[in-house]
Design a protein. Structure first.
Length: 327
């Protein structure tokens, strides 16, 4: 087995929007790799899969899949805890080094593209989040509503507000928090420490397999099928169970994940069931759209169309050819 000087050198990543088939491809690749003597371990790049107890609503790999192929970055936090892109970048290097020390090959799989940028380029030196200020902003929002909080952000940081939809409460809250902590806008920090020209600039080589359906309606159908399957599997009961923990509430980062936020709103009687379904689907489609926007700004990617019935058969030889260099 040939090892590079960095555990991330020449790493393979499988990325794509929600419901595009990333997990299916990665599991098929692990099986195909074993046939040629390569053992894969998967590093999850998903900001929701880190949380224990959030299984159905995140489409988390099932226990059999977790036993078949080792996974990292899953169930490593409780839902009342936080996990950041910076922590992911630190953890993934440690996981990759450990995996290579066993003679196995790490691959990264997921769709949280901010995590990828953190890994590729690092993050800007923003002030650390504090529970006190975050709680104060959440309290103001509960009294005034997020429309007024968004208007407040427009007043103190119009540049950041212009790139955020009014419903993105997590990022609105973070931008207001930066302003409250420092008196400066988030955009001033970002402008002072710009990223590279593309979203995957890096000092190490990599193969980035990007699952991008050419037919947007195909993705929307996949999203709807998966969301309805989650409901049939007991997603609402999963959210009810989480909320029984007094440490878990609607304003936590984990509970702002797509689907969970809408389920909590439904359980608080602010949406009826049909409205909840439509809100969950709309949020999932918006997530997919944002992920595709990220991906299209990454020139190093190799695009595979997952709406093609043979997409796995087309992707696996490309991946195996890359992985063969480590044999």
């Amino acid at each position: 087995m040939v090892f590079s000087k960095s555990p991330l050198e020449n790493i393979l990543a499988i990325v794509g929007p929600t419901a595009s088939g990333k997990s299916t491809l990665s599991m098929a690749l692990a099986k195909a790799a074993q046939v040629v003597g390569i053992n894969i371990e998967i590093i999850s790049m998903d900001s929701a899969l880190v949380y224990a107890g959030m299984d159905i609503g995140t489409a988390k790999p099932n226990p059999q899949e977790l036993l078949t192929v080792p996974h990292h970055g899953i169930n490593i936090r409780y839902a009342y805890e936080t996990y950041s892109a910076a922590q992911f970048a630190k953890d993934v290097r440690e996981w990759a080094s450990e995996i290579r020390s066993r003679g196995n090959i790490p691959i990264i799989v997921g769709g949280t593209m901010l995590y990828w940028r953190s890994l590729m380029q690092g993050l800007t030196d923003l002030p650390a989040s504090t529970p006190e200020v975050r709680a104060q902003i959440a309290h103001e929002a509960s009294l005034q509503g997020w429309d007024l909080m968004y208007a407040k952000l427009q007043a103190v940081d119009p540049q950041t507000a212009s790139r955020l939809p009014p419903g993105d409460t997590q990022r609105i809250s973070r931008a207001l928090e930066v302003h409250a902590l420092t008196g400066n806008s988030m955009s001033s920090y970002l402008n002072a420490q710009p990223y590279g020209a593309s979203r995957d600039d890096s000092s190490f080589n990599h193969l980035l397999i990007s699952l991008e359906p050419q037919d947007r309606q195909w993705l929307h159908r996949r999203i709807e099928e998966r969301f309805m399957n989650m409901l049939n599997q007991g997603f609402i009961d999963e959210v009810k169970t989480l909320l029984k923990n007094p440490l878990i509430h609607a304003e936590l980062p984990a509970m702002r994940a797509v689907g969970y936020r809408q389920a909590i709103t439904y359980l608080e009687d602010n949406l009826n069931y049909d409205e909840f379904i439509q809100a969950g689907l709309a949020a999932s489609r918006q997530l997919g759209k944002r992920q595709l926007t990220w991906l299209r700004a990454m020139p190093s990617r190799v695009v595979i169309d997952p709406s093609d019935r043979d997409f796995i058969a087309k992707a696996i030889p490309i991946c195996l050819d890359h992985l063969q260099q480590f044999k």
